[in-house]
Write a new protein. Structure first.
Length: 339
């Protein structure tokens, strides 16, 4: 499976050059995990002037129990949700989970305006599912809770292998650090890779993690030392312009094709072919943002046979053409507008 799933064209980048700061409201529920509660306030303010982040409770009593040995008092009540452009629901201890949403939580979610982007982290997806917001939609949550989630919410198209799912106006992510992944993805969607990369560098995290949750599920250690595919992946990234067939990758790793494909899937959560396409699209997006190279030249630089192939893969990934992507996310244009 891929690192993330998206629905191309379901949401368009926001023109922050002509709008007020985008308001992110973080909904803290009883049992909230303190680490994940702080992720939006750590990531979004690193884009100067673009986002305003506030935290609210589901009830007017703004004291929220955490899953640790302390409570927090947040700055706003549920009315803040009425002003949100994006709502983030951090995870909470499932001991606070009931078969139906508590009435204050249900009432709070009802305050969210239609069209507002909603993002959940880890068990936050249980709240969205209980509210019916994920019925018939793809979503993810922590892999260890997949069976419970499926039993409770059979109408949701759960994919427990990915780090996050972008379904346009609703995004769900897996456990803990994937909250950073999905917030960086939001920044990338809103402002482009160059801005998201700077935010990631400030947070000392990778701007884009390879693979999916499968790589974090406990696996028996390989019997042979040095038998992984990491070196071959690093080599492939240095040689994206080459055809990079499965046979060539397996030969570099000194494995049979079958063994290489199996090890690659175990380590990254995706197939070699899908991973190569993801890396080529990612590199192409960087070049579209930071260079004036024509599309055909970029296609050749990243290993797509033709400009048409690049257009098809980029549209499949994010729902826009190279020309439209470049117009929106040229880093120098954005910096000039903010400067």
């Amino acid at each position: 499976m891929t690192q993330a799933t998206t629905r191309p064209g379901s949401a368009r980048p926001i023109d922050f050059r002509t709008t007020a700061p985008h308001r992110v409201v973080v909904l803290a529920l009883d049992g909230v995990y303190p680490f994940e509660l702080g992720i939006p306030n750590r990531v979004f303010p690193l884009v100067p002037g673009a986002y305003e982040v506030v935290t609210c409770a589901a009830a007017q009593d703004r004291t929220v129990a955490t899953n640790a040995d302390f409570s927090v008092t947040v700055g706003h009540g549920p009315e803040a949700l009425e002003t949100a452009d994006t709502v983030v629901v951090p995870p909470f201890d499932l001991r606070f989970l009931s078969a139906e949403l508590p009435e204050p939580v249900r009432a709070a979610l009802a305050r969210i305006r239609p069209g507002t982007r909603i993002v959940s982290i880890c068990t936050g997806a249980f709240t969205l599912a209980a509210a019916g917001l994920l019925d018939g939609r793809p979503a993810t949550t922590h892999w260890a809770l997949a069976d419970l989630f499926r039993r409770m919410f059979p109408r949701v198209l759960l994919d427990p292998d990915v780090l996050f799912v972008d379904d346009g106006d609703v995004l769900t992510s897996a456990g803990a650090a994937s909250g950073v992944d999905v917030c960086l993805h939001v920044v990338r969607s809103d402002h482009g890779s160059a801005v998201a990369n700077r935010v990631a560098k400030h947070c000392v995290v990778p701007p884009w993690r390879e693979g999916g949750q499968a790589q974090y599920i406990e696996q028996p250690m390989p019997e042979e030392s040095g038998s992984g595919t990491a070196d071959t992946r690093a080599w492939a990234l240095r040689n994206l312009e080459r055809p990079l067939t499965l046979g060539e990758l397996a030969d570099h790793a000194r494995m049979s094709r079958r063994t290489f494909a199996r090890r690659f899937q175990e380590e990254t959560g995706t197939s070699p072919g899908r991973w190569i396409v993801q890396q080529r699209v990612h590199r192409a997006r960087q070049l579209l943002e930071t260079s004036d190279l024509p599309v055909d030249r970029i296609a050749a630089e990243v290993g797509f046979a033709t400009g048409t192939s690049l257009r098809q893969h980029l549209h499949a990934a994010i729902g826009v053409s190279p020309r439209d992507y470049r117009r929106t996310f040229r880093a120098d244009a954005l910096e000039g507008a903010r400067g």
